[in-house]
Each structure stands twice: as structure tokens, then as C-alpha cells.
Design a binder for this molecule. Structure first.
Ligand code: PRP
Ligand code: HPA
Length: 127
């Protein structure tokens, strides 16, 4: 996120929400839990959702529905990683870093059982 916004030369504000469907597992529970909502309204504003990874698409689908209902001026998606082979729900990604194979990845913000987000690189584990 910090790397991304440093390369956007526009006036912008950042807000954060937290959802979880993996908990400590490497497989989605299929149920998205809203842990923390946005602080500010987005009605009438152009909004860019920034995701680290789109895997099954369940989380992003939930976010798109939730945020669309708040009537932003526009709603787009940027994701660092996408695993198209794992998709259960088709979701739009307007700006994508990399498509990757089906492996659980972690590091550079992505967690493995809540740990390893602080690794300065992305790596994967088998299975
Ligand atoms: O496309 P999906 O299969 O829904 O997976 C993608 C989501 O999974 C991860 O969140 P997670 O639920 O692990 O929460 P976390 O970011 O707190 O680890 C990741 O940050 C995405 O939001
Ligand atoms: O491969 C992944 N790594 C970390 N979190 C995730 N959430 C969905 N897929 C992944």
C-alpha cells in the first residue's frame, strides 16, 4: 500500500477496513467477516479498493457489494496478486500486479497464520 500510493501523483486520502475469511488457515472458510469498517463515507467519491491478493474472489465480491451500496462515484480494484485458477466468483480487477499459480503465498504484507507479513519478499509453500 505504501509503495502504491507513493507512485500515485494525485491528491488522495486513504482509509482502511479489515475483513477475514481465512483466519489462521490456508483455505477460505467461504464466510467473510467484517472486522473493521471504513472510518469515512465514500458516497460520491471515486474509490479504489487495494487488495494484496485475489484468490477465490469471495472477499473481493463481498467488498464490492458492500461498497457499491454506499454509492461511490466509481469503484475500481487494484490487486498485487491474482490466482485465476482458484476463482469461485468472477470479480473485476482493473489494475493487477501479477497473475500467479495455485500456491499459498506469504510475505510482503501477506500472512501465514498471521505471521510473516513483514518479510520483504513474497514466497510460497507447497499444498
Ligand atoms: O479471494 P479470497 O479467497 O477471498 O482471498 C483473498 C483474501 O484473503 C486474504 O485475506 P484473509 O481472509 O486471509 O485476511 P487477512 O488479510 O487478515 O489475512 C487477502 O488479504 C484477501 O483479502
Ligand atoms: O496465498 C495466499 N496467501 C495469503 N493469504 C491469502 N489469502 C488468500 N490466498 C492467500
Amino acid at each position: 500500500m505504501a509503495d502504491l500510493v507513493r507512485s500515485i501523483d494525485l491528491p488522495l486520502s486513504m482509509d482502511f477496513l479489515a475483513v477475514s475469511s481465512y483466519g489462521n488457515a490456508t483455505k477460505s472458510s467461504g464466510e467473510v467477516e467484517l472486522i473493521k469498517d471504513l472510518r469515512y463515507p465514500i458516497s460520491g467519491r471515486p474509490v479504489l479498493i487495494v487488495e494484496d491478493i485475489v484468490d477465490t474472489g469471495i472477499t473481493l465480491n463481498y467488498l464490492l457489494r458492500m461498497l457499491e451500496a454506499r454509492l461511490p462515484a466509481s469503484l475500481k480494484v487494484a490487486a498485487l496478486l491474482s490466482k485465476p485458477s482458484r476463482r469461485k466468483i468472477e470479480v473485476p480487477i482493473h489494475y493487477l500486479g501479477f497473475e500467479i499459480e495455485d500456491a499459498f503465498v506469504y510475505g510482503y504484507g501477506l500472512d501465514r497464520s498471521q505471521l510473516d507479513r513483514n518479510l520483504p519478499f513474497i514466497t510460497s509453500q507447497a499444498g
